[in-house]
Design a protein around this ligand. Structure first.
Ligand code: PMP
Length: 401
């Protein structure tokens, strides 16, 4: 039998999806499961989005569309980009894709040759490493442990960029940690970026509208607009508008990069469907009360999760200020045994399995994100499930000995 391509030996299915699937299966078997596993918003877009999609269906042309994205959608995206203070972009600076995941994949394919340096912080969003592996890049991980609030320091970045990676991928607010860089922290990192002209910078900022406690969202380009010729901003409709399944992501950056992504689109997907395009325009240009309201709800849920974690001796958790994730260091449990079930907890994977088996709560092991001391709690579940789910986690830890 002929062999699969060598790159498939390096490609892995998403660890998050594996946990989510297991939780789903147990639920189907009748178990009482609370899932804190997948990062899917628990709300749907506003009625205006559905109305726009239905109207588009009624006058569907049935034709192929623009490889870059329809003008109306790019204009709506440009307005949004301007609204967050990134100005001076035109359609030629933009490209769209089937979600930010696809845009990031395209960007990496467009910028990285085999063996090129690809640097990003740990904990990382799982797809970064998988994309790097598939493209056979030279992955350079920059460890950001809980002791430094999971944040990259200017000194670390300086040392990393001195090695001249082709791409540095930065994520703010972070999945999985929920950490948000302050204005001053971004300015200090931007100063370092400015010193190293050989590296492309991708800022995966898809949670930019989900920021709490008044910290605000900041990009390297706010601090140093002159970095425009090598900083690429990535955004998505998935989380902000409750539209993960609609699959719309964007980039804004140098024209040559947007053109390269458009060329890849012309070979991979051709275009984003017309109905989805209309929905995207409506989401970006319509009333923004849903995302604003959800933000307040997420902040309250973050507080609820943190309050319970604070009651668990030895569990340490830097306070997240964005997205909808909490990433506690649970290594205090390693080497212990769960009394009622006798499950031995040697690591994060054991802990997540034992927690799911004993208490029916699904979390994602930190090792999926490159930090095996932690686990990820995604608090997008229905509000009514949050308190019982967190209570089960607290109870689980109290039963370890
Ligand atoms: N970047 C980060 C940090 C994410 O968390 C996700 C989704 N979980 C994506 C990109 C991809 O988002 P999309 O649904 O737009 O593909």
């Amino acid at each position: 039998m002929p062999q699969l391509a060598r790159r498939m030996g390096r490609a892995k299915p998403s660890a998050i999806m594996l946990v989510a699937e297991k939780a789903k299966q147990l639920k189907a078997e009748g178990r009482d499961i609370i899932s804190f596993s997948i990062g899917v918003p628990n709300f749907l877009p506003g009625a205006h989005v559905y109305e726009a999609a239905r109207a588009a269906l009624d006058k569907d042309s049935g034709q192929y569309g623009s490889n870059r994205g329809a003008d109306a959608m790019l204009d709506a995206f440009l307005k949004h980009v301007e609204g967050i203070g990134l100005t001076g972009y035109a359609r030629a600076n933009c490209a769209s894709g089937i979600g930010a995941k696809h845009v990031i994949y395209n960007l990496c394919e467009a910028l990285l040759d085999e063996g090129d340096g690809f640097a990003f912080a740990t904990p990382y969003w799982t797809s970064y490493i998988d994309i790097g592996e598939i493209l056979d890049a030279d992955i350079q991980l920059l460890p950001c442990p809980p002791e430094q609030d999971y944040k990259l320091t200017p000194e670390q970045l300086d040392a990393a960029l001195a090695k001249k990676p082709k791409v540095f991928l930065f994520n703010n607010p972070s999945n999985p940690t929920g950490m948000v860089y302050t204005k001053d922290e971004i300015a200090a990192l931007a100063d370092v970026v400015a010193k190293h002209p050989d590296t492309w910078i991708i800022t995966d900022d898809i949670y930019n509208r989900m920021v709490f406690d008044g910290v605000g969202y900041h990009n390297f380009l706010h601090a140093r607009p002159e970095l425009r010729d090598r900083v690429i901003f990535v955004d998505s409709l998935s989380k902000t508008y409750g539209m993960p399944g609609w699959r719309v992501g964007f980039m804004a950056g140098p024209e040559a990069v947007a053109k390269a992504v458009t060329t890849l689109n012309s070979n991979h997907i051709t275009n984003i469907p017309e109905v989805t395009t209309a929905a995207a325009v409506a989401a970006l240009t319509g009333p923004q009360d849903v995302p604003e309201q959800k933000n307040a709800e997420f902040q309250a849920k973050r507080d609820q999760v943190m309050a319970v974690l604070a009651q668990i001796p030895g569990v340490v958790c830097p306070k997240p200020q964005g997205a909808f994730y909490v990433f506690p260091d649970i290594s205090v449990a390693f080497g212990k045994t769960h009394g009622p079930t006798g499950a031995k907890i040697a690591n994060d994977v054991d802990l997540c399995n034992a927690l799911l088996d004993a208490k029916g709560v699904a979390c994602v092991p930190g090792s999926a994100f490159g930090e095996p001391r932690a686990l990820r709690i995604s608090y997008t579940c229905p509000t009514a499930q949050l308190a019982p789910g967190m209570e089960r986690i607290r109870e689980f830890f109290s039963e370890l000995g």
